[in-house]
Design a protein around this ligand. Sequence first.
Ligand SMILES: *Cc1c(COP(=O)(O)O)cnc(C)c1O
Length: 355
Amino acid sequence: MIETQDFEIIRKTESTISNIDFGNLPFGRVFSDHMFIANYSNGQWNRASIKPYGDIPVSPAMSAIHYGQSIFEGLKAFKTNAGQVLVFRPEMNWERMNNSAERLCMPAIPKEYFLDGIRQLVTLDRDWVPKDSSCSLYIRPFMFATDPFLGVKPSQSYTFMIISSPVGPYYAKPLHLKVETKYTRAALGGVGFAKAAGNYGSAMYPAQLAQKEGIDQLIWTDAKEHKYIEEAGTMNMMVVIDGKLLTTPLTSTILPGVTRDSFLTLAKEAGYPVEERRISVEEIIVAQQTGKLTEIFGVGTAATIAQVEKLSFEDKTYQLSEISTREISNKIGKQLMDIKSGDAADSRAWNMGVL
Ligand SMILES: *Cc1c(COP(=O)(O)O)cnc(C)c1O
């Protein structure tokens, strides 16, 4: 258990919740009443506060803007039928955030700040957690460098914040993905494993080129040969070939997804054969042509399970298996959703109860 921290709490005098149409939530545009903020300077974290959501002042010389020391996390809170609020595996996000921080020369965030920050913030804004089971409160912790200094070196001051946003489903329908063989998201030894802001900015141009052709997202391939699949923009990829669930192993180029880990754990437990190994694009195409590719989907917190219905590679587009026939993704996806929303037993204590 995490002890309750002595955060300064300044409540918003009037909630804006009555302005929100919970039946029609766009992703990431609506924010709850409060935010968490902690500053780091002189080698330590100062007392954190939770206060009304709003703009923050920044220096034009702020180092995060110029040199990109900026990292983030993403996790979700769900409301159970009984009205309790559950946050899914927040410790994994804390660990991952500190791995990202280390790679970018940023300070580690104390576990109590991260976990109790989320807990107290979500407790205060609990009415913002949607009741509908396809919706949730998306929680966005992030940290950025704040030194007002133009020298290229690690900042000495940082801000860690948590904001939250009630959201509906991320992708409304199955996806059309394209295997990217020209541009690269991450190379070995780089920062692909970190949720570093710069990774997303640099992926936008190739994604936008594909979107002009009606494609939803890219599947990245390895930087060296463009032969092996890596992952999609904000999701790890999984395929089922010949009855085996396959996914790319975790290297310095792959974001170690909480959803990926949870899905693999449940699939193994259900007795499905699972292999973490390199998957060549050729293997996927051949499997598709011989009827052995029965499932292909992305897994991530924002998207949950995103089915892929069309796959483009070079100048061909393949129409993939009927979504309703996809046993592993449908079954394990539902089991995972049921654990998160409190509809199934949480035997591994993955959820952090908020209230
Ligand atoms: C966040 C993210 C994922 C998914 O991670 P989860 O912890 O499951 O949300 C996968 N790939 C990339 C590039 C990501 O940014």
